[in-house]
Design a protein. Structure first.
Length: 143
């Protein structure tokens, strides 16, 4: 690799790092970054969906991939629910916009694999929970 190619590669790497730093500073979490939860399981953000109305009105869905939930001996439903509440409080609430219409409901979902929103996958293990925001914290709602 010649000097010009090395300089070009360094410029591209530096630009990518600057863009990644700016995204993190604005609250964006790249999909490859693990998110800390009480159980310690590997959880990664898949996407946020805010354009699909829920039963309670304006709903924002935070979707996560958690491969360990496929094996209930590693992560059972109760542990997953504790992690979901933590995700709501520490990941979702800080990402709710401060201006504009506020959501009536936050839905946190965990799936053992990446599944496109709205598609059924009978082989996947999935958990869904709904929360309202009360005094800046998530409160579980019957879903």
């Amino acid at each position: 690799m010649g000097c010009a190619e090395m300089i070009r590669a360094l410029v591209h790497i530096t630009a990518a790092m600057v863009l990644a730093g700016a995204a993190l500073a604005e609250g964006f979490t790249p999909k490859l970054v693990p998110i800390s939860v009480p159980s310690g399981q590997d959880i990664r953000w898949q996407e946020t969906v805010s354009d699909a109305q829920g039963s309670a009105g304006r709903t924002i869905r935070f979707r996560f991939v958690a491969p360990a939930i496929a094996d209930a001996t590693k992560v059972d439903a109760e542990v997953a629910l504790d992690d979901m509440l933590a995700l709501c409080d520490t990941f979702a609430v800080p990402r709710i916009p401060n201006v504009g219409p506020q959501p009536e409901q936050i839905v946190i979902s965990l799936a053992d694999r990446d599944i496109p929103f709205g598609e059924a996958n009978p082989d996947a293990v999935q958990y869904f929970e709904a929360y309202s925001i009360v005094d800046g914290h998530c409160q579980w709602e019957f879903f």
